[in-house]
Write a protein that binds this ligand. Structure first.
Ligand code: NAD
Ligand code: G6P
Ligand code: MN
Length: 442
């Protein structure tokens, strides 16, 4: 039986124990020869590593686990890298969210000016990681990337490292499909979704369960309740009150634009004024996560170090870990499973640019994704996507050329930003806040 060497990049992430659990759940079919954790923050990874060790002990005690901060040790001969780096940690996420809010602009991790700032931090570290893979990994390596902002990362890597074996994915569509499955009372694996857009910017056009088209039934439900399932049955992931609010907001979009069912992230572009009104400018999602998910992990490790006792179940994150493993298995075994992933457009959405990185269904083969053809999309959606795509293109060009002017164009182009004056104020404050991370903009 073929076995695999796999490295998790961003080993110190809050998601690592959950991903490892999902990997080991599949050990009969996807056998690991070695699991490595790699991070540039040794202490954070050491702590999360204690939890991971426990997960390994429980679910696959034979497995060799290595923790390292050395790229050569991390990437040598690997088959897979699962990437989930957060450049600047939650400290910078907090600023990404709070700086725009000062100007009454949406403050969000991946959308609006916060997402653009996060993109400018992440492009070069991601490129460096690809170079480590090219240098040390097996030539058939695959990087499956969750690192955000995935839309900007995907676009930048396409330009900077066009031959890299990287597949960019997001857990939001599949998490929405998990809720849809609850609503339709079926298994999420039986849902066949048609979808188009960019990452964190798209719409479901058709939902089938097996061969049965259940789109209209689902639309009727979402217009009433958003994506909140009837029995509030949910899992650890996306279970905080703010996430429930986000799932609920989908009802307004489904009522106003009944053609398609929105990705939850459309709320930031279409309901921006309300999102700003609902926000607490001094306490954003980054604070919630630091006080919640992040604290729970590090508290559990501290308790374990003192008492030798640990409860790991709060760290098993369901669909987030399952999805990356499902995608990797389809790559590993040429399963041709159909998933929503990011791919170069190349005509798949006929009336969008060829070089856009679109999120659409694709069959995942051992040579990568084979996208389906989506065809033409209507003016409203096309216009929205083109504006966002141009914004993302400009921010990538700003990073590559070190261009202040292009960065300002990107910030101005974003639908969440009301004017060039506001864009400039936010950009200038972001430059100051991101001094240690951003390329120089002149
Ligand atoms: P986290 O801060 O807990 O973990 C990220 C880890 O990455 C940290 O340990 C940090 O030290 C490490 N890191 C930073 N720069 C690095 C580098 N250059 N090389 C190696 N390691 C590096 O963050 P988190 O909340 O667990 O999220 C991790 C990432 O996954 C974020 O980018 C987040 O946005 C992303 N994410 C994406 C999706 C998706 O749908 N695409 C879903 C969930 C999380
Ligand atoms: C969704 C998105 C991710 C994003 C995450 C943030 O799952 O798909 O891209 O990183 O939400 O969740 P959080 O709980 O950290 O706010
Ligand atoms: Mn995502």
């Amino acid at each position: 039986m073929k076995t695999f060497k796999l490295v998790i990049v961003g080993g110190g992430s809050t998601y690592t124990p959950g991903i490892v659990k999902s990997l080991l759940d599949k050990k009969e079919d996807f056998k690991l020869e070695e699991l490595r954790l790699y991070d540039n923050n040794e202490e954070r990874q050491r702590k999360v590593g204690i939890l991971v060790e426990k997960v390994v002990e429980k679910f696959d005690p034979e497995l060799k686990l290595t923790l390292t901060t050395d790229p050569e040790e991390a990437f040598t001969d690997i088959d897979f890298a699962f990437a989930q780096m957060r450049v600047g940690l939650y400290r910078m996420r907090e600023l990404d969210e709070k700086i725009p809010l000062k100007y009454d602009v949406v403050g969000q991790e991946t959308c609006g000016p916060g997402g653009l700032a996060y993109g400018l931090r992440t492009i070069y570290p991601m490129m460096e990681m690809i170079d480590f893979c090219e240098k040390y990994a097996k030539p058939t390596y695959w990087i499956v990337n969750y690192s955000n902002p995935a839309a900007i990362v995907a676009k930048a890597m396409r330009i900077l490292r066009p031959n890299a074996r990287i597949l960019n994915i997001c857990d939001m569509p599949v998490a929405i499909m998990r809720n849809m499955a609850n609503i339709l009372d079926c298994d999420r694996h039986d849902i066949v979704a048609d979808y188009f857009g960019l990452n964190h910017f798209g719409w479901f056009t058709k939902i089938r369960v097996g061969d049965e088209d259940r789109t209209e039934e689902l639309k009727a439900y979402v217009k009433e309740h958003g994506y909140m399932p009837p029995d509030e049955r949910s899992e650890v992931r996306h279970n905080d009150a703010s996430w429930k609010h986000t799932f609920d907001n989908a009802k307004y979009l489904a009522r106003m634009f009944p053609d398609y069912l929105p990705n939850t992230y459309m709320q930031y572009y279409l309901l921006g004024d309300q999102i700003v009104k609902d926000a607490d400018k001094n306490h954003t999602r980054a604070n919630e996560v630091m006080e919640g998910r992040e604290k729970r992990i590090f508290d559990a490790v501290d308790t374990y170090e003192k008492t030798g006792e640990i409860d790991m179940t709060p760290f098993f994150t369901g669909v987030h870990g399952e999805f990356i493993v499902e995608v990797a298995m389809s790559l590993a075994f040429n399963l041709r499973k159909r998933h929503l992933v990011m791919v170069p457009n190349r005509g798949a959405v006929k009336n969008l640019p060829d070089d856009a990185m679109v999120e659409i269904p694709a069959y995942i083969t051992s040579e990568g994704p084979e996208p389906v053809r989506v065809g033409e999309i209507p003016a409203f959606y096309k216009g929205m996507i083109e504006q966002q795509e141009a914004c993302e293109k400009l921010v990538v060009e700003a990073a590559i050329e070190g261009s202040y002017e292009k960065a300002l164009m990107a910030f101005t182009m974003n639908k969440t930003v009301p004017s060039a004056f506001v864009a400039k104020q936010i950009l200038d404050e972001m430059i100051e806040a991101n001094k240690e991370f951003w390329p120089k903009l002149k």
